[in-house]
Design a protein around this ligand. Sequence first.
Ligand code: GUN
Length: 292
Amino acid sequence: MVVLDGKETSAKIRAELAEQVKALKAEGGKVPHLAAILVGEDGASRTYVNAKVRDCEEVGFGSTLIKLPAETTQEELLKAINKLNNDEDIDGYIVQLPLPKHIDETAVLMAVDPKKDVDGFHPQNVGRMTLGLPTYIPATPMGIVELLRRYEVPTEGKDCVVIGRSHIVGSPMSILLSQHNYPGNCTVTLCHSRTKNLEEICRKADIIVAALGRPGFVTADMVKEGACVIDVGITRVDDATKKSGFRLLGDVDFDAVAPKCSFITPVPGGVGPMTRAALMMNTMKVTELGQA
Ligand code: GUN
């Protein structure tokens, strides 16, 4: 059994990107500048965005964090987006999700200039990804694909079950793993809350991607001997013994499932750091894709 180490792999990716930034600077090219908009005070979102800013610093990108209060109106947020769309120094940006309930997420994501949409959430970029055209790929599925590639996990002809159909993870994951390339060429089944016989479907899978946000959902009896299991879950639960006051729980019962696996990702230290690394990889592509 091989533990797919996202922490180590993402550190390697950041070091590679830092080298590319150095080379870019030496040529006199523009270093990518990433901005992030954070609306409200959600603790997890604040942590993620701060980590993204730190990653930019490590890699050598420019970074700007725009913090807006939870009461920000949709109109005010759209104004902030419009400003970033027209700011020539900002090459790419993200609007951290989830947004407060009074804001229409679709309207916001559609307002982002597709050329600066490093999250790959704009319908134009979702379409380009679906057609296999060059574009920004949503960070979590892209990070998973990169982890599979770097560990040379076999995917061709494999039966893959993705649990969860979110626009951010499950849906793009199912598209990427069924595409005609490596990692891909899987036969993908996309499962969700209305799926019948989920356990049975999982038991047939060579690869399981669990992205439903229910701690310990995937148990040993649902996993075939030799399967590859990717855990996207990052549910926070209170834990007074931790400095942060919480710990992260994955969607997979790691201790029971791992002995059956060929490959498995841990939580923390698996998909989470790869998601951040993928955003940095997308940001590195801004000069290329920004002109597309
Ligand atoms: N919230 C959870 N994951 C993501 C992500 O990949 N991008 C953004 N913008 N928000 C998120």
